[in-house]
Design a protein around this ligand. Structure first.
Ligand code: SF4
Length: 320
């Protein structure tokens, strides 16, 4: 059985967060230029039971003793694409009092069925990264069928219906959505949404597009003032080598594999990553035809295809 529960992992916003992965790797309604996982391989609006509900709950039950601060529906894609998310939240509530958080891109909050499905969550944290349709298309690259106006209307409507904590994340990128007029537009929409918190974030780890560049800390603090007194900067400005997760990029795994064949466990240990996360990246790299496997002494090894000159190849073909 695949693994759907990961962590607890330390989260700046949520403390120790036990994550539930509800969709296959990079199944998402957006393909954000700043995504830290990989380019979206399944861009969709299809809502279905992507993974068996009973399996998620069974695995979660075994991890409850880790006593996390939150059980977080997030993972490697958009959790509201999971059609049984309401039953999942109800199932979690039957198991434990640990609060449930949903980290969503918010694109499906325009659908009544998604809004009602999330009503029992304790915390819902959607995103808003643009103040107009053009910037929305450039930053979030949504699936066909999602309009900026609908997305914003969904964020506003949900606030009126939802009684839990509602935290709006705004992801800012240097030279893309940080011009004064754009910031004013985003701040104006944020006021209409009226969340409990506005949290400004920016790129602090390698993103899928090289031109998705972070905004310096001082500037972010000045930008926060445009959003009003309650806005906070949640970007992680620690140096990259202090960020365990930053090593989890497929490119870094490829670089490691271009030096020598490794097992998934070797990679997790070597890069200080969660094993589940490593397996997902390896799955993605296999699909892209960039790694292959070989069994040796009953151990499964991963090799970069054409390794040796491979480092040069990855520069030409960014695998993230
Ligand atoms: S919504 Fe999240 S998972 Fe989807 S592409 Fe954007 S950052 Fe990545």
């Amino acid at each position: 059985m695949a693994c759907y529960v990961f962590g607890p992992v330390p989260s700046r916003r949520l403390g120790r967060s036990l994550g539930l992965d509800l969709v296959p790797f990079k199944t998402c309604s957006y393909d954000c230029i700043y995504c830290q996982l990989a380019r979206t391989t399944c861009k969709t609006l299809l809502r279905k039971e992507w993974v068996p509900l009973e399996d998620i709950l069974a695995q979660l039950k075994e991890k409850l003793a880790t006593n996390p601060n939150y059980i977080t529906l997030s993972g490697s894609g958009e959790p509201s694409l999971y059609s049984r998310i309401d039953e999942l939240i109800a199932g979690i509530k039957n198991l434990t009092d640990i609060p449930v958080a949903v980290l969503t891109n918010g694109s499906l909050l325009s659908l009544g069925e998604v809004r009602s499905a999330l009503l029992r969550a304790d915390l819902v944290a959607p995103s808003l990264d643009a103040g107009d349709a053009g910037t929305f298309a450039r930053v979030n690259r949504p699936a066909e069928g999602i309009t900026f106006e609908q997305m914003v209307a969904g964020l506003i409507t949900f606030r009126k219906e939802y009684k839990g904590q509602y935290w709006l994340e705004v992801f800012l990128l240097a030279g893309v959505n940080d011009a004064p007029e754009q910031l004013r537009k985003i701040a104006q929409i944020a006021r209409q949404i009226n969340p409990d918190r506005i949290q400004l974030n920016t790129v602090s780890r390698p993103a899928v597009e090289e031109y998705a560049v972070g905004v310096p800390e001082e500037q972010m603090r000045r930008f926060a003032e445009i959003f009003g007194a309650g806005a906070e900067v949640i970007a992680d400005y620690r140096p990259a080598d202090e960020l365990g997760e930053c090593a989890g990029r497929p490119r870094e795994i490829l670089e490691m594999l271009s030096r020598r064949p490794c097992t998934a466990e070797d990679i997790a240990q070597g890069l200080g990553l969660n094993l589940l996360e490593v397996r997902k990246h390896l799955q993605y790299l296999s699909v892209q035809g960039l790694v292959q496997t070989q069994t040796h002494n009953d151990q499964l090894y991963y090799l970069a295809i054409n390794h040796g000159p491979f480092a040069r190849k990855t520069k030409q073909r960014d695998p993230r």
